[in-house]
Structures are given as structure tokens and as C-alpha cells.
Ligand binder design. Structure first.
Ligand SMILES: C[S@@+](CC[C@H](N)C(=O)[O-])C[C@H]1O[C@@H](n2cnc3c(N)ncnc32)[C@H](O)[C@@H]1O
Length: 223
């Protein structure tokens, strides 16, 4: 993932040049919440941004540090909980999360933290499983072409661990409660000609070519 060219989104590596979810990146301070191995932050750094990668896991950050050494790219890696980000108010131009805090943290808490560390007018861009795929995944395995659960089961969900999958209206409410305006919701699907993906077991290509498999939210802090 660190060797990929350009900024790409989701299971099917859709180029940012096509999706166009991000604001201008040149010299922007970008905080990634739940950065994992920080490959997404690395792509942002190559595009001219100044990323800060935050993750709870010491092992993930050790991998990120090893990749930094291999690729000759340095930016801060901070071990911390996205529910309580150790950065000062108003320090960031952009907060991103790519299946990170956006899935694994309580939206009531991490979205408030994102609002706190953003400058007025700053951007929040985050990628999550689509609501439809969450309704269509069985307890184990990829999404099926039929609903597997009711909408009432969205929100705090337990699979292997606790995940957060709010409905669209719940995302809009939590964003608005924290002074964000929704600028876009990109519903990502498998592109024509996609053969396979082995990134996450959310859905196979056939499913994802028919329905949105990931939701990419773009919001902007009022100010
Ligand atoms: C599925 S990974 C996605 C990250 C990255 N895009 C990647 O693929 O490597 C989810 C990440 O969220 C991190 N995470 C989970 N809970 C967290 C929390 N409360 N605060 C910060 N990071 C957290 C995990 O340690 C993990 O690295």
C-alpha cells in the first residue's frame, strides 16, 4: 500500500483524481485518525500535505515507521486514542479517516475531536462501509444480495469487535451537531473491469459493481 501511486480510495483503489473528495493539499496540515500503517498519510505527504498519523496500536505505528524508513518519507506518528486527540485546538486544515476512527470510534466523540482540532473552515473527509453493505453482510463473510438485518441494528455493532455504522441520517445529525456542513457523500462502487479485491471482506466485486460498497463523506467546519 505504501508503494501505490497517488491518492486512492477504498477497496477498489479509486483514484482521487476521479473521486475528487479532498480539498487542496499543498502545505495543508492533515491529521489522520486511526491511520494504521499510515499508507494513506504517506500518499497525502507525497501530494504536498503535512500529515500527522494517529493510531492506538503500537504495532501498526511500528509498521508505519518501518515503511517510512524504506520509502524515505518522514512525518509524525503519534500513538493515541482518537477519542482524545493529543493535539491543540484549531491546528489542522484537514482531518481524514480511512476505515480508521471512522469505523472503530464512537462518532459522538471522534467527530467532536475532529471539530476541535480543525481550523474554522477546515475539512473532514472520512471513508466507511456503506450503510447498504452493513445491512447486507451476514454475521460472517461478505455482503449478500439481500438484506440481512434491520435498520434498527445500525449504530454500535458487534462483529469481531465493536464497530460503529450509523445510518446516513445519524451521520448528518452528528456532523451538524459539531458545526459541520455536509459537502458531499460519494458512494463508491467497483469500477467497470474490476476483477477482485483482497483488502477487506466487505463485499465481492459482483456485489460492489451493483451497489455502493463504501461511503466517503466530505464535510466542512463552519466558521
Ligand atoms: C482497519 S485499520 C484502518 C487504518 C488504515 N487505513 C490501514 O488500512 O492501515 C483501523 C485502525 O484504527 C485503529 N484504531 C482503532 N481504534 C482506535 C482508536 N480508538 N484510536 C485510534 N486508532 C484506533 C486501529 O489500531 C487500526 O490501525
Amino acid at each position: 500500500m505504501w508503494s501505490r501511486d497517488g491518492i486512492r480510495w477504498g477497496l477498489f483503489s479509486l483514484p482521487e483524481a476521479d473521486v475528487r473528495a479532498l480539498p487542496p493539499l499543498e502545505s495543508a496540515t492533515v491529521v489522520e485518525l486511526g491511520a494504521g500503517s499510515a499508507f494513506f498519510a504517506a500518499a497525502l505527504a507525497r501530494a504536498g500535505a503535512r500529515p500527522i498519523a494517529i493510531d492506538l496500536s503500537e504495532d501498526q505505528l511500528a509498521t508505519a515507521a518501518r515503511c517510512q524508513a524504506v520509502h524515505g518519507l518522514r512525518f509524525p506518528l503519534i500513538q493515541a486514542d482518537a477519542h482524545a486527540v493529543p493535539l491543540r485546538d484549531g491546528c489542522a486544515d484537514l482531518v481524514v479517516s480511512e476505515h480508521g476512527a471512522s469505523v472503530w470510534c464512537d462518532p459522538q466523540v471522534w467527530v467532536a475531536e475532529a471539530a476541535r482540532i480543525l481550523k474554522p473552515g477546515g475539512w473532514l473527509v472520512f471513508l466507511v462501509n456503506s450503510v447498504l453493505s452493513t445491512l447486507c453482510v451476514p454475521d460472517e463473510g461478505p455482503a449478500l444480495p439481500a438484506l440481512q438485518r434491520s435498520s434498527d441494528q445500525l449504530g454500535r455493532m458487534v462483529f469481531d469487535g465493536v464497530e460503529y455504522h450509523p445510518s446516513h441520517s445519524e451521520w448528518i445529525a452528528v456532523l451538524r451537531d459539531n458545526s459541520f456542513a455536509v459537502e458531499a457523500l460519494h458512494e463508491l462502487r467497483a469500477p467497470a473491469g474490476a476483477s477482485t479485491q483482497d483488502f477487506y471482506e466487505i463485499a465481492e466485486v459482483e456485489w460492489a459493481s451493483r451497489w455502493p460498497v463504501e461511503d466517503l463523506w466530505v464535510a466542512r467546519l463552519g466558521g
